[in-house]
Write a protein of this length. Structure first.
Length: 160
């Protein structure tokens, strides 16, 4: 391509429209990311706050999460019971735009607030794993794909 783009009539307008389309695409994808993060966060809170069994109930059931005699007391099996609320409060979401235009989106557990989180998620020598984080992502896969497909279609339809 020649260095002097003025040789191509209207090229500056085409390049400008491509730049606008890029901005529109990023805006739509950022919106989809925010929606996806909100959905995952709400489902993660829900999946880590079962109230169908108290600690006393679980003890009476013979510790259903013990590896020695695991019991499938609910479906999906990776759901987590609410106890003190400390674990639930440690589930965090982060979403912000950096000065360069990139976006940081993350969801997870603050292990300073709930140092036992990895024991719940990955299990221990005596306790079965209940990876509700991966379970929540898998449970939400269709919805997440929908957010980004909708954003892609919307970006294409928008006028630059």
């Amino acid at each position: 391509m020649p260095e002097d783009t003025k040789d191509f009539k209207g090229l500056d307008k085409v390049l400008f429209n491509f730049k606008l389309m890029e901005l529109i695409f990023h805006e739509e994808m950022d919106n989809a990311m925010g929606e996806a993060l909100d959905l995952l966060y709400e489902r993660m809170l829900e999946n880590a706050s079962l109230t169908c069994h108290t600690l006393l109930d679980l003890r009476r059931m013979g510790h259903p999460y013990a590896k020695r005699a695991p019991q499938n007391i609910h479906q999906p099996p990776w759901l987590v019971h609410l106890q003190t609320g400390k674990f639930l409060g440690a589930i965090k979401k982060v979403y912000h735009k950096l000065p360069g235009g990139d976006t940081i989106a993350d969801i997870g557990i603050d292990e300073d607030e709930a140092p036992y989180a990895s024991s719940i998620i990955f299990g221990t020598d005596t306790m079965v794993a209940r990876d509700f984080i991966t379970g929540t992502f898998e449970q939400s896969e269709t919805d997440l794909e929908g957010f980004f497909e909708k954003a892609h279609a919307s970006a294409i339809k928008r006028d630059p």
